[in-house]
Ligand binder design. Structure first.
Ligand SMILES: [Zn+2]
Ligand SMILES: [Zn+2]
Length: 297
């Protein structure tokens, strides 16, 4: 049975400018509404590949302010406003995020003021479509509710100075999708992840030979190892767990860990179903969670 609750990983990557894994961004479609969680590099390209007008996004959710999660934000905002079929937004661009969202959008409005002025004068684009409607939050709880969709933000732990950082739990039609955002092993993910049909979690790994490097330890310390992800999955028991934001650390001497090595680490702690996400992999959340791959392999 097909469901109208669908999650699509637009970008499963990290700051590496990879053509295979674009920057972190996830599309959530629930009934007639579309949500974008973060807008990493290439999010607009992936929406275009899906034939979804960029201006059709109802709500932009932000998790935190690392640039790999926001670098495509101006593109979603500005290109979504164009009158071409891939743009079409006439209502203000709605953004919900932790403290910092307002500053970010105000500064983008300043940075692109000339473009906005020119397009209003030249292309007669509606000023309402480039306006922003930004809401900030500073604690766990519901941040959006409309037409049967409830979005709940929950704080995660991305490191002592990388604050604020929040994950999201999205409920629709009795189903639940949970997104960890960037975090190390964190009880709040377990609290809000419990009962999820789909749990989308970040992961980071390096070969043991690389783990002695201080900068590698710092990076790993901001994220969740595959073994700890396995512990999270074992405690939350989602119908399906999926990895995004796949960090496979390497150096000129030490190659990145393979996905098989990553899977083996998860298996030490978890025997349920999980999948390593790919760009344009989608999950239809019904009685079961159905995986589809839209990217030619
Ligand atoms: Zn981050
Ligand atoms: Zn990140």
């Amino acid at each position: 049975m097909s469901s109208d609750f669908r999650v699509t990983l637009l970008g499963t990557g990290v700051p590496i400018p990879s053509s295979e894994r674009f920057g972190p961004s996830t599309l959530v479609e629930a009934g007639d509404q579309k949500f974008l969680i973060d807008a990493g590099r290439g999010a607009t390209i992936r929406l275009y590949q899906l034939n979804i007008p960029i201006g059709r996004i109802d709500v932009q959710l932000l998790t935190h302010y690392h640039s790999d999660h926001t670098s495509c934000l101006p593109d979603v905002w500005l290109t979504g406003w164009l009158s071409s079929h891939f743009g079409t937004r006439k209502a203000p661009y709605r953004v919900i995020g932790p403290a910092g969202a307002k500053r970010l959008m105000e500064n983008l409005e300043r940075a692109y003021a000339d473009d906005i002025k020119i397009r209003i004068a030249d292309e007669k684009l509606p000023p309402s479509g480039i306006a922003t409607d930004v809401a900030e939050f500073d604690r766990d709880g519901p941040v959006f509710e409309k037409n049967g969709v409830k979005v709940i933000a929950f704080e995660v732990d991305h490191g002592d100075v990388i604050k604020p950082c929040y994950g999201y739990r999205i409920e629709y039609g009795g189903r639940v999708a949970v997104f960890s955002s960037d975090t190390r092993y964190n009880e709040n993910v377990i609290k809000y992840g419990t009962g999820a049909d789909l749990l989308v979690h970040e992961v980071a790994m390096a070969q043991p030979a690389l783990m002695k490097e201080a900068y590698i330890q710092r990076i790993i310390g901001h994220h969740t190892t595959p073994y700890d992800c396995g512990r999270v999955f074992a405690q939350t028991q989602p119908k399906l767990a999926a990895f995004t934001h796949v960090v496979q650390l390497a150096s000129p001497q030490v190659p990145p860990p393979s996905l098989d090595e990553l899977r083996a680490e998860v298996r030490r702690a978890y025997d349920g179903e999980f999948i390593v996400g790919e760009d344009l992999m989608s999950f239809e959340i019904g009685d079961t969670v159905t995986v589809k791959r839209l990217m030619p392999r």
